[in-house]
Design a protein around this ligand. Structure first.
Ligand code: GLV
Length: 317
């Protein structure tokens, strides 16, 4: 049986499947392994099942044992792994697309609702005994008739568009390429981000983090938005320059944010905590039992397929 290292504790059903498929090394205490511990523990293993909390940078990958043939990431995003370094060492990298689109889109919608309807302020006030009702208390932004800009119209973006449409939002989007009519469903395509941001009363960031999208929300681009726009991010923190966004929130150029992902997780920019209108979640995009089981199943199947056939449909490098 092939030996694999699973760097984080998985849901029981997933660990049972791993036991049936491989000779796995589990992390029973769900300890956050250092990079050197991952290297050391993967001795004699054929593959590693990583999570987005594992920084598989060039140095870590270069020091992995020669027996490692695959790094199977338990996530659709793979910004935590240096794909080129892995490729140079002949190590395949895989991800878990599709199975988490619905769960992540739900959180994307929650971010929009939470930010627009001032959920963070409402929860805080209700908990702290500051209960109050008045005709003008915690007035938020209604979504009906509001323009939603979607940055990255892949599977998650399209699902968010579908739900947002049912809430009466008008969909605009930017993507590397324009979608077909049946995928677009009437959404307005914008060739560049300036054009998209200028019509985005609410923005939903759904694109992968790449060299091209890094800090796409920055000092310059934040000015493209209508005054009082809302920015939400269900994708990756690297797409946002936090200082620029926090400054725009403080100036009320941006009315509110809904964020599930951050640069440098778990040490997000503390500036966000000082902003009352910031609706902040701790990277919960795929956090439902069914989705986490489906992701783990796929991550395990990816290793199995690759070790058996030398290829895998979810290979990303
Ligand atoms: C979660 O953020 C993922 O990329 O799967």
């Amino acid at each position: 049986m092939k030996k694999i290292l699973i760097t984080r504790k998985l849901i029981k059903e997933s660990e049972d499947k791993a036991t049936k498929t491989f000779d796995p090394i589990f992390n029973t205490n769900d300890e956050l392994y250092s990079q050197s511990k991952v290297i050391q523990m993967s001795k004699g293993c054929d593959g590693i099942l990583t999570s987005l909390t594992d920084k598989m940078d060039q140095e870590t990958i270069n020091n992995l044992p020669d027996t490692i043939k695959i790094i199977s990431n338990f996530a659709v995003g793979f910004g935590n792994i240096d794909l080129e370094a892995a490729k140079k060492r002949g190590i395949a990298v895989t991800n878990t697309p599709e199975v988490l689109s619905d769960a992540t889109a739900e959180i994307g919608i929650l971010l929009i609702l939470g930010a627009c309807r001032r959920a963070a302020e409402g929860i805080e006030s209700a908990r702290e005994g500051g209960w109050k009702w008045s005709a003008d208390y915690l007035i938020g932004k209604q979504l009906t008739g509001t323009r939603l800009g979607i940055l990255g119209m892949g599977r998650i973006g399209q699902k968010i568009a579908k739900i947002a449409r049912s809430l009466g939002m008008i969909i605009h989007y930017h993507n590397r390429s324009k979608l077909s009519d049946e995928k677009e469903l009437g959404a307005v395509y914008h060739k560049d981000i300036k054009s998209l941001f200028s019509v985005s009363d609410v923005l939903s960031i759904c694109c992968p983090a790449t060299k091209e999208t890094e800090n796409m929300i920055n000092k310059e681009t934040v000015e493209f938005f209508p005054k009082g726009a809302v920015i939400t991010n269900v994708a990756r923190g690297d797409i946002v320059d936090d200082e620029a966004l926090i400054d725009a929130l403080n100036r009320r150029k941006i009315y509110a944010v809904g964020l599930d992902v951050y640069k440098n997780e778990p040490n997000l920019n503390p500036g966000y905590f000082k902003i009352k209108s910031a609706f902040i979640l701790p990277h919960l995009g795929s956090a439902t039992k069914d989705t986490r089981i489906a992701m783990a199943n796929l991550a395990i199947d990816n290793i199995n397929e690759f070790l058996k056939t030398g290829n895998c449909k979810n290979k990303v490098n």
